[in-house]
Design a protein around this ligand. Structure first.
Ligand code: PEP
Length: 257
């Protein structure tokens, strides 16, 4: 079986001005140990206005922490007020971009179709999409959560070839666990992450699916990361609240080593 390199990604959401972001990035850089790079990929996703400065901190220190965006628009350029293109992210050195986060789906009307267009644009621009999927509490209580997530995964990757999908990342983020302090148990998270991988195998074949990273996100913290990351189909974490403190974030990174 392919050994997947874990990815720990911090989603800073709408937190930190440029000066605050530089302080946090510097704290992460100071605590990051160079030999971790062999064993784990680390990425932070600050607000877009902070990206360049945060990237500058890691570049200056030669710290192997990548930067990612929290959103992108799929058109290459033009009259799309307020939007940011793949090329803009690429030029400042973004390696990853979160798409389909439940907050964007719920608050900003992001659809499965939009996520698919963004995934295609990112892949074409060589930025790795972190495709977020996950069910609400109502869907979970109803019992149809695996089907719900499978539909999201199939929609996100519609029309994408296996050779293009290999670098993409999927993050399973049950909405009921995001920012609530109520984490999925390792078994609950594993069940859905395994179903995501099985869906990826249907789409792209077993070999590609075995190499793709599936993350868990939803109130992951210093106390629960180790058990979640030990599950066979969980290849890392997308961390919200706990990524805003360098100490907590780095402890989660260490749990992935
Ligand atoms: C997120 O929103 O991506 C997330 C996982 O948030 P939190 O860790 O705060 O639940």
């Amino acid at each position: 079986m392919t050994k997947r390199k874990p990815l720990i990604a911090g989603n800073w959401k709408m937190n930190n001005t440029v000066s605050e972001a530089v302080v946090l990035a510097q704290e992460i850089s100071n605590g990051y140990e160079k030999d971790w790079a062999e064993l784990v990929d680390v990425c932070v996703c600050p607000p877009s206005v902070d990206l360049k400065a945060v990237r500058g901190v890691f570049l200056f220190d030669r710290t192997k922490v990548a930067v990612g965006a929290q959103n992108v628009y799929y058109e290459p350029k033009g009259a799309f007020t307020g939007e940011i293109s793949v090329d803009m992210l690429s030029e400042i050195g973004c390696e990853y971009c979160i798409i389909g986060h439940s907050e964007r789906r719920e608050l900003f009307g992001e659809t499965n179709e939009g996520v698919n267009l963004k995934a295609k644009a990112l892949i074409a621009g060589r930025i790795k999409p972190i495709v977020c999927v996950g069910e609400s509490l109502a869907v979970r209580d109803e019992g149809a959560y695996l089907d719900y997530v499978r539909v999201q995964v199939r929609a996100a990757f519609a029309g994408i070839e296996a050779s293009e999908a290999a670098e993409a990342v999927v993050a399973y983020e049950p909405i009921w666990a995001i920012g609530t302090g109520r984490t999925a148990t390792p078994e609950q998270a594993e069940e859905v992450c395994a179903a995501i991988r099985a869906t990826l195998a249907e789409l792209f074949g077993a070999e590609v699916a075995e190499g793709m990273r599936v993350l868990y996100g939803g109130s992951m913290n210093e106390g629960n990361a180790e058990l979640l990351l030990a599950m066979p189909d969980i290849d890392g974490g997308l961390i919200g609240g706990a990524s805003l403190k360098a100490g907590s974030f780095l402890t989660i990174v260490k749990a992935a080593l």
